[in-house]
Design a protein around this ligand. Structure first.
Ligand code: ADP
Length: 246
């Protein structure tokens, strides 16, 4: 427990730091982007214009990184609405399948009961997206990827994303949620995927954790509190409990 507390405090401190830097950084990037566009469009020399375009390209990448950092820190808001997790995963199935390679076998298992959680749909989709990309990267010569949803204890929904990939050492496991921590090559990984997931899940009042064994694979578990409300779009799953208005 002490260990968990220390970890939470460390993440909190990193979050405050990262959020502050990202915020200031964004303002600077706006200035750089503004003047670079001016140079690009007003320059008579094509060489200068193309250099300005290079700067703009880098600014866009930097802006993407600061957006991820803001998602990790407290500074980006979430808009929570009741969403059925099973619908969300089902709707994402095709896009997730497109992310992985052919030699990865994807299975999706949904709980038989609806799992309504208060969620920012777009951000939760981002979390699944990041986990699936990491799972793919962990299985360069193929393997199995499973996504499951289930009802968990204490009124929580549980989503697990499990792969049969390379796994992680204890040292790596301890640091994966830190922003900019990556074991991937320069230019491949930014180290912002899991820190973004961590920030988003925290803002959903949920928890994210992992179990991993080097050479065997990794399972990420996300717990989200169930919502009392129903999704606005109307629930099409035909739960008898709700059909009777309970
Ligand atoms: P990035 O993917 O850009 O490196 P992440 O924050 O998403 O950044 O992940 C951080 C690190 O965690 C990865 O570089 C990798 O070492 C490790 N990791 C994440 N997911 C997995 C996984 N499913 N299997 C093995 N290692 C993983």
């Amino acid at each position: 427990l002490e260990e968990q507390l220390r970890h939470a405090q460390k993440m909190e401190a990193i979050g405050t730091l990262a959020g502050g830097i990202a915020h200031d950084f964004n303002n600077l990037l706006t200035v750089i982007a503004g003047y670079s566009s001016l140079i690009q469009f007003n320059s008579q020399e094509s060489e200068v214009a193309s250099m300005a375009a290079e700067i703009l390209g880098s600014v866009e990448r930097a802006a993407e990184m600061t957006r991820s950092l803001l998602a990790f820190s407290r500074k980006q808001e979430v808009h929570l609405m009741p969403v059925d997790l099973n619908h969300l995963v089902e709707g994402l199935h095709k896009s997730l399948a497109r992310l992985i390679t052919e030699d990865i076998e994807l299975t999706v298992e949904l709980s038989s009961v609806p799992l309504i959680v208060s969620s920012d749909k777009g951000q939760l989709e981002q979390v699944l997206f990041n986990l699936v990309v990491n799972a793919r990267d962990a299985m360069p010569s193929g393997g199995r990827l499973s996504i499951r949803t289930e009802l968990s204890q204490l009124n929580h929904a549980l989503i697990t994303v499990a792969d049969s990939g390379v796994g992680m050492s204890r040292e790596v496991q301890d640091r994966v949620f830190e922003p900019f921590f990556t074991t991937k090559e320069m230019g491949v990984g930014t180290g912002l995927g899991l820190s973004t997931c961590y920030g988003i899940i925290k803002k959903h009042n949920g928890m994210i954790g992992l179990e991993s064994e080097p050479g065997a694979g990794t399972t990420f578990s996300i717990y989200l509190p169930l919502s009392e409300e129903l999704p606005a779009e109307g629930y099409a799953g035909g739960s008898p409990q709700w059909a009777t208005g309970n």
